[in-house]
Design a protein around this ligand. Structure first.
Ligand code: FES
Length: 170
């Protein structure tokens, strides 16, 4: 197996980052984000690599990573669909959005990848945008005031490689 290493750009970014902290360990979260950016998710090998960079115990790095939902510990494909399952979004129809995901992508349960490995489903709790429920976060972007038709359209566009516009949909 090839050894994991940050790209030259990220190595530079790392040096810059470490120069801002008194102790290397303080840079753990941003360095984990960098690792996720580079490899898409944090594999055990990726976390060990980060531990080595920061002179930390690998177990400590895994414990910290396990605490943060936004740090992905498995391959979530190109598009991670984070469907809010909290009260307001449920009342506003988030269940119907889960149905669309199943119909369009064949994903039936949380943390599953689509068969083409491009999409995944991650249930989340309140995304803090209850006034625009129901909300789905796709990677870093919020798609708000969704309805089943709009959501189906968004998924189909993503499948076809067409750019979609985040924000309010209706
Ligand atoms: S309940 Fe869904 S954003 Fe708050």
């Amino acid at each position: 197996m090839t050894e994991l290493t940050f790209t030259p750009d990220r190595q530079k970014k790392l040096e810059n980052l470490l120069s801002r902290y008194e102790i290397k360990a303080s840079a753990l979260l941003p360095v984990l984000r960098m690792a996720q950016e580079q490899w898409g998710f944090l594999s055990p090998e990726g976390m060990d690599y980060v531990a080595g960079l920061l002179d930390l115990c690998p177990r400590h790095v895994r414990e910290v990573a396990s605490f943060y939902v936004l740090l992905k510990k498995q391959d979530m494909g190109d598009y991670c669909l984070q469907v809010c399952g909290n009260l307001t979004c449920c009342m506003m129809g988030s269940d119907s959005l889960l149905k669309i995901i199943e119909e369009e992508l064949g994903i039936k349960k949380p943390m599953e990848l689509s068969s083409d490995k491009r999409f995944s489903l991650m249930p989340v709790q309140c995304l803090g945008s209850c006034d625009t429920a129901p909300v789905v976060q796709i990677n870093e972007d919020y798609f708000e005031k969704l309805n089943p038709e709009k959501f189906r359209e968004i998924i189909r566009k993503l499948k076809d490689g067409v750019q979609v516009q985040p924000g309010r949909q209706t």
